[in-house]
Design a protein around this ligand. Sequence first.
Ligand SMILES: *[C@@H]1O[C@H](CO)[C@@H](O)[C@H](O)[C@H]1NC(C)=O
Ligand SMILES: *[C@@H]1O[C@H](CO)[C@@H](O)[C@H](O)[C@H]1NC(C)=O
Ligand SMILES: *[C@@H]1O[C@H](CO)[C@@H](O)[C@H](O)[C@H]1NC(C)=O
Ligand SMILES: *[C@@H]1O[C@H](CO)[C@@H](O)[C@H](O)[C@H]1NC(C)=O
Ligand SMILES: *[C@@H]1O[C@H](CO)[C@@H](O)[C@H](O)[C@H]1NC(C)=O
Ligand SMILES: *[C@@H]1O[C@H](CO)[C@@H](O)[C@H](O)[C@H]1NC(C)=O
Ligand SMILES: *[C@@H]1O[C@H](CO)[C@@H](O)[C@H](O)[C@H]1NC(C)=O
Length: 503
Amino acid sequence: MKIAYFSVIIGLAVHSALAVSTKQVKPRRTTSILINLPASSDNTISTASDVGLNLDDIQGDILIGMKKKKELFLFFSINDTATFKSKLASDIQPLVTTTNQLLAVDTQPTTALNIAFSRSGLTALNVTDDLGESLFNDGQFADAEALGDVKDNWAPGFAGTSVHGVILLASDTDDNVNDELSNVQNILGESITEIHRVSGAARPGDQEGHEHFGYMDGISQPAVEGFTSNVLPGQALIVAGEFILGASGDNTTRPDWAQGGSFLVFRQMQQKVPEFQKFVLDNALSVPGLTRDENADLFGARLFGRWKSGAPIDLAPLRDDPDLAADNTRNNNFTYDHPEIAGFDIATNQTNCPFSAHTRKTRPRADFGTEETARHIIRAGIPYGPEVTDAESASNTSSTDASLERGLAFVAYQSSISNGFHFVQQSWVNNANFFFGKAVPPGVDPIIGRVQDSAFDTARTVSGTNPLNTSETITLDTEFIINRGGEYFFSPPISALSGKLAA
Ligand SMILES: *[C@@H]1O[C@H](CO)[C@@H](O)[C@H](O)[C@H]1NC(C)=O
Ligand SMILES: *[C@@H]1O[C@H](CO)[C@@H](O)[C@H](O)[C@H]1NC(C)=O
Ligand SMILES: *[C@@H]1O[C@H](CO)[C@@H](O)[C@H](O)[C@H]1NC(C)=O
Ligand SMILES: *[C@@H]1O[C@H](CO)[C@@H](O)[C@H](O)[C@H]1NC(C)=O
Ligand SMILES: *[C@@H]1O[C@H](CO)[C@@H](O)[C@H](O)[C@H]1NC(C)=O
Ligand SMILES: *[C@@H]1O[C@H](CO)[C@@H](O)[C@H](O)[C@H]1NC(C)=O
Ligand SMILES: *[C@@H]1O[C@H](CO)[C@@H](O)[C@H](O)[C@H]1NC(C)=O
């Protein structure tokens, strides 16, 4: 105990000028808990104070985005409100990791902790203030059909409003995560009941940073005005208020205590990897000069909009380019338009990139002329579940053993779910006619698109995948992603954990 207090005092003396949080009592880190891939954008602070962002009060996961090595999501209900409130203020709040703490290796905790609450959770805490977001008020289960989800596929814990909150624990080893989990469970005791958990981990070896289908994830994160100092070519620069409540550009009225918070969308997205791999092989293109495997890779890349390496097909249309992929000044520097090509028409030309490609459906760039800036989200997800087993690979079939379920623990932050995640999923990804006014209707996003109702073709039609004839359509008769549900949460400013929410 004495040693711990001593290090706090030293920490204060050394770091007070940098306004680093003083709550850290654990040994300092020498290696980051975050993955730092050359392909990704690297957020660093510049003028956060100028735009009023309090990086000691904003939870660390929100602006830093993805890139964790291990992350556990513990979904709980509150069973004893009085005890929970008291422990939240006295013991949990000091463990919550700030944005500032995550920014430098030597201020990172051994295990980062963040916490967020659903509407039913706030209500359980007797907090009835309107945060100004109706989708949050109703919960994600009420939104399932609008998102195109099959409710029967939802994990039982998510089907309803019984999840009151989620605790996020992130570190570089499972042992660290489990130690902090025991600590939290000891603190909260019987005041909470675990409803569900998802255990995320970056994939092993050279697949670190890639999702389970094999594609590099997280390259195209928005830059945040007042936070990101090094805006990369092709990165969208977005007002902080689109992610942080009450920050510049957030025009919705919010309670004072909620300013500095953000809405966290969680989705457990199961990925059927052997089925996807078979589908890609079976639909290999026939572009002259490419081998069958290269033609299969090209087909997969045209579904995603990027090669597995992360190189965008708009810049590398026929072959992967690992150097381009690893260069974060070039791997996001494209718009789908090609003014350098005389006569290029963005409304008809899918030679480089299909209108339906996942990266294009979710961020249409120059399809809008000037990029749309109201729909951006910060993604902070991580893969979950083990690698594909030999037996699954040989049979082209995902095991039904629950312990072998794999996918993406999708996390997105925004100040409006209806303008952010929900809008992108419903009005872009699932909308076969989006982007509008193209020579051929694009079809749904082949990766995460869902048909919403019988008005759409239930078999999921996608066009533009064949560069030799972009009028051709293909039918996706296999579901590669099964949405297992999730919840809409509010990740409050840290001050609210001992303030409004504990009162
Ligand atoms: C805790 O709360 C959940 C959901 O509100 C409820 O299903 C469960 O029975 C409660 N458990 C206890 C031990 O009270
Ligand atoms: C809930 O909050 C209201 C004020 O917002 C207060 O009057 C009431 O006593 C609280 N109820 C409980 C159970 O704490
Ligand atoms: C918020 O208000 C500003 C200033 O009036 C305006 O420029 C901006 O477009 C508004 N943002 C949204 C999302 O409506
Ligand atoms: C980004 O793309 C533009 C337009 O093609 C080009 O002029 C610029 O040099 C590129 N930047 C980098 C760093 O490659
Ligand atoms: C379509 O774009 C490609 C390059 O992206 C170009 O080579 C081709 O000429 C364009 N087609 C037409 C009809 O303009
Ligand atoms: C798995 O799919 C591949 C590609 O279609 C095929 O060559 C192979 O025969 C399939 N294996 C089995 C066991 O069906
Ligand atoms: C391209 O595909 C469309 C739709 O399947 C078909 O009608 C057309 O004949 C094809 N064009 C060529 C040149 O094969």
